[in-house]
Design a protein around this ligand. Structure first.
Ligand code: PEP
Ligand code: MN
Length: 281
């Protein structure tokens, strides 16, 4: 694969482990991130944060700035959403994963995020990626919906080149000829990226499939293929969600999902990074 320097195995022959405070991504325990597509209100976020933290989840996702296909769709609560994430983090002790949309927002999002998410639509925004190379917090770097694996890894190279080696790759499905699913989850990308790069890679089967019923099976497949974790969309009322409700898990099914994923992880000598053992359901 051409031109891979910092991201490639030749730069580092052991797996990179990314520190997120006192948590590790890329180590033996799989990272489990859950939360709504978008932060919508104090009540919505509180219910979700409470629900997932009771299940032992340590990382909560939630978009305050949303990259929407339609300019008329809900764009996120912006700064207010960031504050709600911070409140939830303080109350429930969850670490925050939230998207930064462009260079002008890095400074604003930085203090609120434990991991800054860079979305699929920014996967080739090279000037933005260079700026992310200058910060010291972990970046969750989604694959572009039309990026080849080589293009994706070279794009990650821009972040590392700037000095920030805390990059977690995230497979979130690609565009193919098949329109029966929102995206085609590229499971092969997971072991292939592991052959080519030392960086951790997680999977986002929520964007990857666009369909709630497919999220657990594709999470299982991702873990079986060697992913370092999964990021899952979950909502207290998916039917009322302001974005991506159709692919969001019901909060009251998260416990079941965690049990199944944990069993799969243990099958390959790993486990999920949770604060407690999943309860029997
Ligand atoms: C998301 O995580 O809600 C999102 C918008 O993801 P992507 O950039 O992969 O579409
Ligand atoms: Mn989403």
């Amino acid at each position: 694969m051409s031109d891979l320097k910092l991201v490639g195995k030749q730069h580092r022959d052991h797996k990179s482990v990314i520190k997120v405070g006192n948590e590790l991504v890329g180590a033996k325990e799989l990272c489990f991130i859950a939360g709504p597509c978008a932060v919508e209100s104090a009540e919505q976020l509180d219910e979700i944060a409470k629900g997932i933290s009771e299940l032992g989840v340590k990382f909560m996702r939630g978009g305050a700035y949303k990259p929407r296909t339609s300019p008329y769709a809900f764009q996120g609560l912006k700064k207010e959403g960031l504050k709600l994430l911070k409140d939830a983090s303080d109350r429930y002790g969850v670490k925050i994963v939230t998207e930064v949309l462009d260079t002008t927002l890095i400074e604003e999002v930085y203090p609120y995020a434990d991991i800054l998410q860079v979305g699929s639509r920014n996967a080739k925004n090279y000037s933005f990626l260079k700026e992310l190379g200058k910060i010291d917090k972990p970046i969750l770097f989604k694959r572009g919906m039309s990026s080849t694996i080589n293009e994706w890894l070279l794009a990650a190279e821009y972040i590392l080149m700037g000095g920030n080696e805390n990059v977690i790759l995230c497979e979130r499905g690609i565009r193919t000829f098949d329109t029966s699913v929102r995206n085609t989850m590229d499971i092969a990308a997971i072991p292939l990226v592991k052959e080519l790069s030392h960086l951790p890679i997680i999977a986002d089967p929520s964007q990857g499939t666009g369909q709630r019923s497919l999220v657990t099976p594709l999470s299982l497949a991702s873990i079986a293929a060697g992913a370092d974790g999964v990021m899952i969309e979950v909502h207290n009322e998916p039917e009322e969600a302001l974005s991506d409700g159709f692919q969001s898990m019901y909060l009251n099914t998260m416990g079941d999902m965690i049990k199944v994923l944990r069993a799969q992880a243990e099958h390959s000598g790993r486990t999920l990074n949770l604060t407690k053992e999943p309860q029997t359901v």
